[in-house]
Design a protein around this ligand. Structure first.
Ligand code: GLC
Ligand code: CA
Length: 534
């Protein structure tokens, strides 16, 4: 495999995902926005991240909270204006932060002018911007594809008698990437934002942009009977024909040529859970990297953790985007046991992600060790939950950021916020900043150490073969270790190794000078070998 020639900053930085609706509300309407983001960018600089990825802020009817775009060149008034966007870029760049914006090319909103024209005129030039088909002989949908969010991936347009395809909500019709006009449109859209100074794109649903030309039925892996959760239903199918079609790579190559002169980066939301499939999406001449999502679905067990991380370092040695949380999944603190136990484990896992080739991303609130927020049933807003009885939606990981004392913990001055606050003040940025032993301060210390390791570039992860619950690898002269067991373990190194960071500060556990380091349950450690002493 050819090495990925990413812009040099990409793999030198830690990334941070801002879910804009929940980050900070600048105008007091209860919804996070661009002015609010500008006012809090110094928090990101302080924790030491180098890249900020902002979720969609485009004009949108918000059926999927912005992932349904009605105009790719306009800011939704809920989030601010283009001037506000320019101010985010300027402030971020002043602080040394790179700005990566979310682009949503797999589908538009049903309210985009292209779709309105396509629907209004089946003979017009915009019809072929989307994917339309006659019903199957029994009058039903043209094939067996399912929507990620439940039900068939096809909706009937009664006026024309044809169905249109949507891999997500019916309000999110899939664009037809077999039409060259769609390519031309997006080239202009990318340039519009590059010329405004963005440093890269996080490409939504990057793995699914092109579909099988014949739209063949997907093979079933198991029957759907009795599976109520929409997203599990999707997993009942082998996505042979709707996802990961090789022609998608041609788009990445085209986009690479567009972004390269700007020194900008392409990071794909490559949602495939098999590392070999991920490697096929990242051959090195298209996307600079893609996220590896399987760590969001693994249980807490040492061999599982090692196998899951190692699968990606073996398949894509040049580096992937490492994530344990996002605006789409239950928070890792909740998944790994909840409360202090989950917090310890999540931070321990972060230590490994900080050292792996590629770029580790943390999701807003992860630096605070937030558990899932509690959202009462009558306050649920995510269409995944609202439209599918029995489905767990994504609201609990999207509750507003707790910043400090005051109304809505500093998130907003509104009487009510779009989702309820999910956490108490003790978890806020202000409270944790004041406590030297807080989760936030451990994260800051960890990122500081990661940023100081200048000799990681070009080094592969070399995994250690251990069967005692410790997951560890070396990269050059550094070692990254996690005790995933629930009893203390000893890392037996030679005396040339010193500890740079441990995730659980406790003066009663000495940092050994004889090369023996005790790792408490869930603890992660970064070590360095002194050259010349070997
Ligand atoms: C991605 C986004 C998710 C969105 C979906 C459809 O998976 O992360 O939030 O609902 O795409 O755009
Ligand atoms: Ca607002």
């Amino acid at each position: 495999m050819k090495p990925v020639a990413a812009p040099s900053w990409l793999f030198d930085s830690v990334g941070y995902e801002v879910y804009i609706r929940s980050f900070c509300d600048g105008n007091g309407d209860g919804i996070g926005d661009l002015p609010g983001l500008s006012s809090r960018l110094d928090h990101l600089a302080r924790i030491g991240v180098g890249i900020v990825w902002i979720t969609p802020f485009y004009k949108s009817p918000m059926a999927d909270f912005g992932y349904d775009v009605a105009d790719y060149r306009a800011i939704d008034p809920v989030f601010g204006s283009l001037d506000d966007f320019d101010r985010v870029i300027a402030r971020a760049h002043d602080l040394g932060l790179r700005v990566v914006i979310d682009i949503v090319p797999n589908h538009s909103s049903i309210s985009h002018a292209w779709f309105e024209a396509a629907r209004a005129d089946p003979q017009g030039e915009y019809r072929d911007y989307y994917i339309w088909r006659d019903p199957s002989p029994d009058g039903g949908p043209p094939n067996n594809w399912m929507s990620h969010f439940g039900g068939p991936a096809w909706t009937l347009d009664e006026a024309s008698g044809q169905y249109y395809l949507h891999l997500f909500l019916p309000e999110q019709p899939d664009l037809n990437w077999r039409n060259p006009a769609v390519h031309r449109e997006f080239e202009q859209i990318l340039r519009f934002w590059l010329d405004r100074g963005v440093d890269g794109f996080r490409i939504d649903v990057a793995h699914a942009m092109v579909k099988d030309e014949q739209l063949r039925d997907n093979p079933m892996l198991m029957p759907l009977d009795g599976v109520t959760d929409a997203r599990y239903q999707f997993a009942c199918m082998d996505h042979k024909y709707d996802l990961t079609q090789p022609e998608t790579l041609d788009i990445y190559r085209e986009w690479r040529r567009i972004v390269e002169p700007y020194g900008a980066a392409l990071i794909g939301e490559t949602y495939v859970l098999d590392a070999a499939d991920l490697a096929k999406m990242l051959p090195g001449d298209g996307l600079h990297t893609g996220f590896w999502f399987t760590p969001m679905h693994m249980g807490w067990e040492a061999n599982t953790i090692r196998r899951t991380l190692k699968a990606a370092t073996d398949a894509v040695p040049a580096g992937v985007g490492w994530v344990q949380s996002s605006h789409d999944e239950s928070r890792p603190v909740a998944r790994f046991g909840g409360g202090d136990l989950g917090r310890r484990r999540s931070l321990g896992l972060s230590v490994l992600m900080m050292g792996l080739p590629g770029v580790p991303f943390i999701y807003e609130g992860e630096e605070l060790g937030l558990d899932d927020g509690v959202v009462p049933t009558d306050r649920l807003t995510d269409p995944v939950a609202v439209r599918n009885e029995g489905s767990v939606g994504r609201d609990p990981c999207r509750t507003p950021m707790p910043w400090g004392p005051g109304p809505n913990l500093g998130f907003s001055t509104a009487a009510d916020t779009w989702l309820p606050l999910g956490h108490d003040e003790q978890w806020s940025v202000a409270s944790q900043s004041a406590d030297p032993e807080s989760h936030l301060n451990r994260v800051i210390a960890m990122i500081k150490v990661r940023n100081s390791l200048t000799d990681l570039a070009g080094e592969r992860a070399s995994w250690m073969d251990r069967d005692d619950g410790v997951v560890a690898f070396t990269r050059g002269d550094n070692m990254f270790a996690l005790n995933a067991d629930d009893t203390a373990r000893v890392l037996d190194c030679d005396p040339t190794w010193t500890c740079l960071f441990r995730s659980q500060p406790d003066p009663s556990v000495p940092t050994a000078s004889d090369g023996r380091f005790e790792l408490r349950p869930g603890e992660g450690m970064i070590l360095a070998r002194t050259r010349g002493v070997r």
